[in-house]
Design a protein around this ligand. Structure first.
Ligand SMILES: O=C(O)c1cccc(C(=O)CC[C@H]2O[C@@H](n3cnc4c(=O)[nH]cnc43)[C@H](O)[C@@H]2O)c1
Length: 214
């Protein structure tokens, strides 16, 4: 089994790495290859890093693990969710006050979905499924939040997820994106974020998952 873990920052995946004594790059566990890829924050660095590694190596499955902001108050801070659809919500054109997605412009598709595989599905039935958007600019303004909710009504927001799904689709790589909620999408209020709780719950799930896979 060749498994790829992808995370934007080292902090988000460090507890998993410490638990199994993994470093960035290639590791082994029980005869299986486990690769840790830390891409940097954002869709450009994620696409670039994944494009590089997938051009050189093949994997059986990939897992994108990170924290995220939630548009939905029923998803409590610290909750771990599974993303099944993720859209590049800013990719398109303004048409006065309306927004034209890249699909509407005729240049491609704005939404990506996970490529399910039986192993990952069987091991994650307890995780709530959500839709997501991937952004360059984190929402932090009432007007833009309202506009995005009216247009897309996403569950959560990250800065990498759709780029991860995009690279997996082009490589026909089965994949899973799991995110832990660190904050709500609201007018910028950094004090209300709980990154330590989100990272702890995320890694609890990752460790349990990896123990079951290999
Ligand atoms: O200080 C900030 O405003 C800030 C905004 C977004 C993320 C951060 C981070 O330190 C974490 C990087 C990581 O977190 C994901 N993330 C977490 N919450 C959100 C969000 O509300 N909207 C978008 N992305 C979020 C993101 O995927 C980053 O890679 C600091």
């Amino acid at each position: 089994m060749k498994l790829l873990f992808v995370s934007a920052t080292l902090e988000e995946i460090k507890p998993l790495m410490e638990t199994f004594d993994f470093g960035e790059g290639e590791n082994t566990r029980n005869g299986h290859d486990i690769t840790i890829l830390v891409t940097g924050v954002g869709m450009v660095s994620t696409a670039y890093s994944l494009g590089n590694i997938l051009a050189l190596r093949s994997f059986d499955m990939a897992i994108n693990a990170g924290i995220a902001g939630s548009f939905q108050r029923y998803l409590e801070i610290g909750k771990v969710v599974k993303v099944i659809e993720d859209c590049f919500s800013e990719l398109g054109a303004e048409d006065d006050s309306a927004f034209l997605s890249i699909d509407q412009m005729g240049f491609g598709r704005s939404c990506e979905t996970s490529i399910a595989c039986e192993t990952l599905e069987t091991l994650t039935p307890h995780l709530q499924t959500v839709s997501a958007i991937t952004v360059n600019k984190v929402h932090g303004n009432d007007e833009s939040i309202q506009s995005t909710v009216e247009r897309i009504n996403p569950g959560i927001e990250s800065m990498e997820g759709a780029a991860f799904f995009y690279a997996c689709r082009f490589n026909e790589l089965p994949c899973l994106q799991i995110r832990a909620i660190s904050n709500y999408i609201e007018r910028r209020n950094r004090e209300s974020w709980n990154i330590p709780l989100a990272v702890a719950s995320l890694n609890y799930e990752l460790i349990a998952l990896l123990n079951k896979i290999v």
